[in-house]
Design a protein around this ligand. Structure first.
Ligand code: ZN
Length: 413
């Protein structure tokens, strides 16, 4: 039965995603003619229309991406792709841990090759066309290679550890694998901002000056150590501006893109910083970790049950019992589970949008609502973010509340 259930779920999930992207496109296109009332003073019609065209182009590419992704998953599973790659890995590396790692390496590499055309199109056609891309082809491929090497250097030992746990720690292995995976993810949250992100961008402490001293008092008031405040050279790759809060403990930082600092005034920067501090004050990272912990617990518990079930492999296109080991179970499960977990995404996004509202409220308490509104309006305008997303699409995909709702709430604060 699993074959049928999987096919139905894959078709349904893909159809819903295509339908949402199509709704989003039509909704944005239908509102292209007029700037929403609340933004009429701040955003010119021309900028609004650029945002609409940009959103329509991206949603169109997202549809292509959904189709390619679904076909690729079907090829890997029912089409026998995983079985074939496992046989290739066996031919190359014989058996044991090395064979397993070669197999997972082949699957990962082939999947990223499949993703490449969409990525190239997004960067060099859409981002380029709307004036956002700053990367050359050489830089793009340099990044890809670096990402691959860093991913292999960190991922291979972690996967090897999980496979070892699966094979060596008895029937309760999945609890240990979960505990390892969670600790590994937490370690990565410290390591990533401090050691890995600097391989791709320069991070510098915010330079001394009027702005710096102005925000130092805000940082002090909020109990955040000022060594955790960085400026990133985002302008090397893209004209999009952003700010984010990441990590915890010593790895905890607030990062401003240089592109954002160049465009916002001091008041606005202070309000954006206060918003990021709101995420820190409300322990949003830990709440997210709680969700990751619960989600990965369910993941490993389910994997623990499926790993010994012949039908799990056979019904998903892995026909040779000689390949029904831990590496295949892990890979197959990781590939198939998103098809079934997609209905949960509105829940996760809902939590994320709730956190954004909380951070906004904190920013209002520490600075001023009109500063944050001014900053957001500039960001929407300069990033060509649509002001009129399709409401249903937004529930599935948006980590931030829609512009109109967010600004309305700030203005009533
Ligand atoms: Zn935020």
């Amino acid at each position: 039965m699993l074959t049928e259930i999987f096919v139905v779920a894959l078709v349904l999930t893909s159809a819903v995603r295509l339908w949402l992207a199509t709704r989003h496109r039509s909704h944005v296109a239908a509102h292209r003619g007029e700037v929403p009332l609340a933004f009429r003073d701040a955003i010119p019609l021309e900028a609004h229309q650029k945002a609409a065209d940009y959103t329509v182009a991206r949603a169109g590419l997202a549809r292509t991406d959904v189709i390619i992704g679904a076909l690729w998953l079907a090829v890997l599973t029912l089409g026998g792709g995983l079985q074939w790659m496992f046989d290739v890995a066996t031919g190359l590396a014989g058996s044991g841990m090395l064979r397993d790692l070669v197999f997972i390496g082949i699957v990962t590499f082939a999947s990223s090759l499949i993703d490449l055309p969409v990525l190239l199109w997004r960067t060099f056609v859409i981002e380029q066309g709307f004036g956002f891309n700053k990367m050359t082809l050489a830089m793009f491929f340099g990044d890809q290679i670096k990402h691959g090497l860093v991913g292999a250097a960190i991922g291979a030992p972690a996967v090897a550890a999980v496979l070892w746990i699966m094979g060596s720690l008895g029937s309760a292995w999945w609890v240990w694998a979960w505990a390892f995976w969670l600790s590994f993810s937490l370690a990565l949250m410290v390591i990533y901002p401090t050691f890995i992100a600097p391989l791709f961008n320069k991070f510098e402490p915010m330079p001394a000056g009027e702005l710096r001293s102005r925000i130092e008092s805000l940082l002090e008031r909020c109990g955040f150590r000022s060594e955790g405040l960085f400026v990133m050279d985002g302008s090397r790759r893209s004209a999009h501006g952003n700010a984010y809060f990441t990590g915890f403990g010593k790895g905890k930082r607030i990062v401003f893109f240089d592109t954002l600092l160049n465009r916002l005034g001091a008041d606005e920067i202070e309000a954006v910083l206060a918003h990021e501090l709101g995420h820190y004050k409300h322990h949003h990272i830990w709440k997210r970790v709680g969700w990751i912990a619960a989600g990965s617990f369910a993941f490993f518990a389910l994997l623990g049950w499926l790993v010994d079930a012949p039908w799990f492999f056979a019904e998903l296109g892995v026909t040779d019992p000689a390949s029904w080991g831990h590496a295949m179970a892990l890979t197959l499960f990781a590939l198939v589970i998103p098809v079934f977990s997609f209905p949960l995404s509105p829940l996760l996004k809902l939590m994320s949008r709730k956190h954004e509202f909380e951070a906004d409220a904190y920013a209002v308490a520490q600075t001023r609502a009109d500063w944050l509104v001014a900053a957001l309006v500039k960001l929407y305008r300069d990033n060509a973010s649509t002001l009129t997303p399709d409401p249903l699409y937004s529930q599935f995909y948006d980590s931030h509340p829609p512009a109109a709702l967010r600004v309305a709430r700030l203005q009533s604060a």
